[in-house]
Design a binder for this molecule. Sequence first.
Ligand SMILES: [Zn+2]
Length: 211
Amino acid sequence: MSPLGGRHTPPELSNSDSGSVLIMTLLPIRKYGDPILREKAQPVAVVTDELRQLAVDMGETMYAANGIGLAANQIGRLERILVLDVVQTDDGPGKPRKRQRTNERQLEVYLNPEIVDSGIEDDSYSEGCLSIPGLEGDVFRPLRITLRWMDLEGANHQADFDGMRARVLQHEIDHLDGILFIDRLPEARRASLAGALNRMKKETLDLMAAP
Ligand SMILES: [Zn+2]
């Protein structure tokens, strides 16, 4: 998820705080029109080193793109894994926004995330998506959720979330189910984006077909 239709910036490699270069790969972000965004990701059975590396790479890819959440489908994988970082978002009542005041990072990784309960109170927020750059729209979602998930050690957890974290989790879990935020927009808003979406889809398919 990108905050308020966040801008896509070219990926760059960065150094770790200790000065040593981290071994990581920036992964190409799949764009609207790529069929993998419509597929359902499958549960992770065992946490492997390869999966831990994938989580690191997804985090770096998300940061490089100025995102606050990223799901496996968006980098071409179909395991149920998502990453997010909401440390730089204002999480008070009303519209949460990205602050971008510090370089602080707080990467969170969720495997097999499952919403087991949702609050009855909804809120709307203007969402953007790293796979649908430049477009945004108000999406209604429950303010609070109860989530069950597995961590990178293979341990299971359950907790209640609200605010921006709940918003991003729901957006990213949708990705793992092949659902995009545009699917949740009111009919009129979706219609107003149809031209731009069709152009993006054609561009993506043309790029995929290129030799
Ligand atoms: Zn997204």
